[in-house]
Design a binder for this molecule. Structure first.
Ligand code: F6R
Length: 625
């Protein structure tokens, strides 16, 4: 959450900072700002609201500067206002700080600084860092020593960018259990929270370690630990292409990303499936050469280790948690191993019962979600095997889990996850087949059958997408709803949860997902004509029971919508609107049933005029706990 950028070189800093902030806007869009050294003086330009507001200011002011830092904010301490926007300056107005994360003891530090006569201009925790560095600098005139003296006093997980007019040829960066990269170009250097924002300019990057300070000049970087001791490390070379961020004719990134699902599913499948009759290929050696110069991916667990697993724990947040719930069904079904799925933030402050017979799987599109990282770190410390499923092989998660399965989605720009969810599901199917074949719980012909079903999915998703216009009508009726209830059973219970999450985050209509059988244990009380019920109904083991639960809802005058397969003869008697999909094997159906729900949420949000790609109050990468 929040994005930090920096630049030093011979080009104008403001346009470079702005273009990097554009790449990081997914991390927060409450306000944005830059601090540049212009004619030897610090100039801070910032504005509440989207990055476009800052862009307008910069176009007007056109600061002539070749050194600067910038920030895009997701508010934690203090509401989104101009005063709370970063950068924050010290009292003399010569030093500016941008900040990600949380300074947990800020209130104590603020009291102390107030006692020393410092005046605070914002409600943020960040301002503490600006005053502390300035206070320490006044004592020694040594900025590195001042930063060291500051960081040892601050608790929490955070990253900082610092610029001072007293040190106009350098910027400083601090990483404490966060994420920051330095990009090294030809007589120019870059700083960013995410390598994607640096990759536009250079493929030579140095990632800051967990408690590290970087002194960055146009010609290079020096690294120091929190004792001020210099560290030495070579930069890595990124091999992949720079991210290409373009709506390609779609009205919104979200719509584009929903439509990219057949492609990303094919890409993810073809990465790991050689043929229907061959084992899943999670071979680490093969992918090592392709990894972005930063990490290896693949599964390193030996066959004996896989056979020794007695329990699986999946940790994740939000949509990734829903993918984990589907993963539970798949892994239990194919591998016969008990699986628990935990919301990662619920692991905190509790005894985590994992050991060397447990496999803990962290699922995270960004690989930077603070709660998920904290949970997996705890599992590592307790001796559990660990595996990450992520879209970012260059992420923090990728660096700490020895086993990594990567979704091949390209960048997901829209804040709401769609294509990465589908690709995470595919990874769970492949992982389950892989482990089940090794453990002998799935025969080769049975494995071939599941692989065959999976390989058919991209074409089926294409057919679903071709029906988008048919789904619009039901969607527009949903836009009048006071709230909505989504129900499903078994494998498609998580689909109901995900459908509800998509609707509420995109359209701001409150929606809840329930296991269909739970409806009559309480939630049914909310139903009336203004609260539609969306049922996920696929022929198979739980079809009749789900249909009965839907009928109970209909009896309460609720408007009834359902995702059903073509030719379902019973559905028209129960539902007002059918979101039909082609016939699909129940076991892989979550890959298909979610798509009409994604489209429905998109149509509702767009119809209501909501900010589809950047819904209010959200950020794509949730790096605070
Ligand atoms: C919802 C959504 C979020 C994320 C959650 C976890 O559309 O995108 O619920 O799924 O914040 O993020 P990652 O997967 O990056 O750990």
């Amino acid at each position: 959450m929040c994005g930090i950028v920096g630049y030093l070189g011979s080009n104008q800093a403001a346009p470079v900072l702005l273009s990097k902030l554009r790449v990081l806007e997914y991390r927060g869009y409450d306000s944005a700002g830059v601090a540049v050294i212009e004619g030897g003086r610090l100039n801070v330009i910032k504005s509440v609201g989207k990055l476009s507001n800052l862009e307008t200011l910069l176009q007007k002011e056109r600061p002539a500067a070749t050194v600067g830092i910038g920030h895009t904010r997701w508010a934690t301490h203090g509401s989104p206002t101009d005063a709370n926007a970063h950068p924050h300056i010290d009292e003399s107005g010569t030093l500016a700080v941008v900040h990600n994360g949380i300074i947990e003891n800020y209130s104590e530090l603020r009291d102390e600084l107030t006692g020393l006569g410092f005046e605070f201009r914002s409600d943020t925790d960040t301002e503490v860092a600006a005053h502390l560095v300035a206070y320490e600098y006044a004592k020694t005139k040594d900025i590195l020593a001042a930063i060291v003296a500051t960081v040892v006093r601050m608790r929490g997980a955070y990253a900082l960018g610092i610029v001072s007019q007293n040190e106009p040829d350098r910027i400083f960066a601090v990483n404490h259990h966060y994420s920051l990269v330095v990009g090294l170009g030809d007589k120019e250097s870059f700083l960013a929270s995410d390598s994607a924002a640096v990759r536009q300019y250079t493929n030579k990057i140095l990632r800051l370690e967990q408690s590290e300070i970087a002194e960055i000049t146009a010609c290079g970087v020096r690294l120091f630990d929190f004792q001020g001791k210099e560290q030495f490390r070579e930069p890595a070379t990124l091999n992949g292409d720079p991210y290409h961020i373009d709506k390609e004719g779609y009205k919104h990134f979200l719509l584009k990303e929903i439509h990219e699902q057949p492609l990303v599913l094919r890409q993810t499948l073809s990465k790991y499936v050689r043929s229907q009759n061959k084992p899943i290929d999670f071979n680490i050696e093969q992918f090592a050469a392709e990894a972005d110069g930063e990490g290896l991916y693949g599964v390193r667990l030996t066959e004996d280790e896989i056979k020794s697993v007695e329990r699986i724990l999946i940790v994740a947040c939000g949509t990734a948690y829903h993918a984990g719930l589907v993963g539970k069904y798949i892994l239990e079904e194919l591998c016969g191993i008990p699986v628990e799925v935990e919301i990662a933030s619920e692991i905190r402050g509790r005894r985590l019962l994992v050991n060397d017979k447990t496999l803990t799987i962290a699922v995270s599109q960004s690989g930077e979600t603070a709660d998920t990282l904290a949970a997996i770190k705890e599992a590592i410390s307790l001796g559990s095997f660990t595996l990450g499923i992520t879209n970012r092989p260059d992420s923090h998660l990728a660096r700490i889990t020895p086993n990594l399965v990567v979704t091949e989605c390209g960048i997901e720009v829209s804040v709401a996850a769609t294509k990465t969810y589908s690709a995470q599901l595919v990874c769970f199917y492949l992982l389950a087949i892989y482990m089940a074949e090794i453990r002998g719980t799935l025969s080769a012909p049975e494995a071939a059958k599941v692989k065959k079903s999976l390989l058919q999915i991209p074409a089926l998703v294409e057919q679903v997408l071709a029906r988008a216009e048919d789904y619009k009508k039901a969607s527009l009726e949903m836009s009048e709803a006071k709230g909505a209830v989504f129900i499903g059973r078994g494998l498609n219970y998580p689909t109901a949860l995900e459908g509800a999450l998509k609707l509420k985050e995109l359209s701001y209509i409150h929606a809840s997902g329930y296991a269909a059988g739970e409806l009559k244990h309480g939630p049914i009380a909310v139903l009336d004509a203004s609260v539609p019920v969306v049922t996920v109904l696929v022929p198979g083991k739980v079809y009749e029971k789900t249909l009965s639960n839907a009928q109970e809802s209909r009896a309460r005058q609720a408007k009834m919508v359902a995702v059903v397969v073509d030719g379902d003869e019973l559905a028209p008697q129960t539902f007002d609107h059918l979101l039909s999909i082609p016939p699909v094997d129940e076991f892989v159906s979550p890959l298909l049933t979610v798509v009409p729900l994604q489209l429905m949420s998109y149509f509702v949000a767009d119809f209501l005029g909501k900010d589809v790609d950047q819904p209010r109050n959200l950020a794509k990468s949730v790096t605070v706990e």
